[in-house]
Structures are given as C-alpha cells and as structure tokens.
Design a protein around this ligand. Structure first.
Ligand code: MTE
Ligand code: MO
Length: 197
C-alpha cells in the first residue's frame, strides 16, 4: 500500500495546487541534455562530504536499502503539476543516517549521470517525502523520467529532484546546482512561487 503524503501542502498553504500552476494528467519529460546511458554492472552511488562514513553502493546494494511506496504530487517550475504519483524508493533520512551527517553540514548537492546537479538545504532534504526512487506506479521508473534512480521532492519544484542521480554530497556551506547557477531559486517552494532568485 502506498503511503499518501499528498497532504504535505497544508504545511505551506491551504491550496493543493500551488499558485500559477495548472494540473495535468500527462507526465512531460524535461531534461537538459537527453537520457544518459547507464550500466548496472559499473553504476555506483556515492555519499560524500561532511559525513562520518562516506558510502558507496552498487545497484544491488542500493536496492537492498529499506524502501517504501508513497503517493505524492509533482510540481514543475514551468507551470504544470501532476497529482497522485506513486513512487517507490528510499527516504533521504534513511541514507543520511547510515552516513552519519556531521554537525556542521547545512546543505546538500545531488549529482547525476548527465552532469546535472541540484542543491537544497539539509533541512529541506531531511524529510521522508524526499525519495530516491526506482519505481513509478509499481513499474520500473522509465529511463526518460530518471531511471534507474531519481530523486523526488514533492515539497519543492521538480528541478530539485535529480534524475539519474548517482551521488549526494553533504556541504558545510551552500553551493548552487545547474539551474540554480542559471537563476532558478535555491529554495524553490511552489506555494511561495519561489521560481527564480
Ligand atoms: N539529471 C537530471 N535531472 C533533472 C533534470 C535534468 O535535466 N537532468 N531536469 C530537472 C527538471 S527541470 C525537471 S522539471 C524534472 C523533470 O522530470 P521529468 O522529466 O520526470 O518530468 O527533472 C529534473 N531533474
Ligand atoms: Mo523543470
């Protein structure tokens, strides 16, 4: 059974659909440079930076981490939102706990196979709804949508969710990711319409 986390909007606003968004049933693909190839035999996921234990996972090792299925909403900064997406994966705090995050860590940088990066505050990441997901609607996550593994961030615009994610770095000072360097918001709260900075 999927855990319904679609009510998280109540923390931010009384409207489920954030301002300036339009609901869609389609699931458009948005990628800066196409879908990268990946090889499950050589794929590695790393946790680095301000942690007690830097970690490396093979694909099989990552898939053995405790996972859950959640029903959550998806808000793209370009103006569409898709409700009730079912994603299965590992909650961010689960991974952070294994690494043992240092007291002076304040920020997180995600990296991906297509050289995409995106950043978020540590606080914004330490929520059960931030999932490293490999399944959508009970099926393998399609490669265009970030398969084998992507991040989803239902409390933020979706550019905070790195598709083809292969690393997490804990930082002691904020840095900016790919779109954040190009003028998009670092905080990206959809209910406050934090699109640009
Ligand atoms: N690795 C990677 N992740 C990415 C992107 C990208 O270009 N590369 N685009 C981002 C943007 S801008 C959005 S809106 C969402 C789109 O996800 P979707 O293609 O599954 O709809 O992925 C985000 N994650
Ligand atoms: Mo986007």
């Amino acid at each position: 059974m999927a855990k319904d986390v679609t009510e998280l909007y109540r923390e931010f606003d009384d409207q489920r659909l954030p301002p300036g968004q339009r609901e869609t049933s389609a699931f458009p693909v948005l990628s800066k440079s196409g879908t990268p190839d990946w090889d499950p035999d050589t794929w590695e996921f790393t946790v680095t930076g301000a942690v007690e234990n830097e970690l490396t996972f093979s694909w099989d090792e990552f898939r053995d981490l405790p996972a859950e299925t959640q029903r959550q909403d998806f808000h793209c900064v370009t103006g569409w939102s898709k409700f009730d997406c079912e994603f299965t994966g590992v909650p961010f705090p689960e991974l952070a706990e294994r690494a043992g995050v240092d007291d002076d860590a304040v920020h997180v940088m995600f990296s991906a196979l297509d050289d995409y990066t995106t950043d978020l505050s540590l606080e914004a990441c330490m929520r059960k709804e931030v999932l490293f997901t490999w399944a959508y609607g009970g099926d393998e996550l399609p490669a265009d949508h970030g398969g084998p593994l992507r991040v989803v961030t239902p409390h933020k615009y979706a550019y905070k969710g790195a598709k083809w994610v292969d690393g997490v770095e804990f930082l002691t000072e904020p840095e900016r990711g790919y779109w954040e360097k190009r003028g998009y918001s670092q905080t990206a709260n959809p209910w406050a319409e934090e699109r640009y900075s």
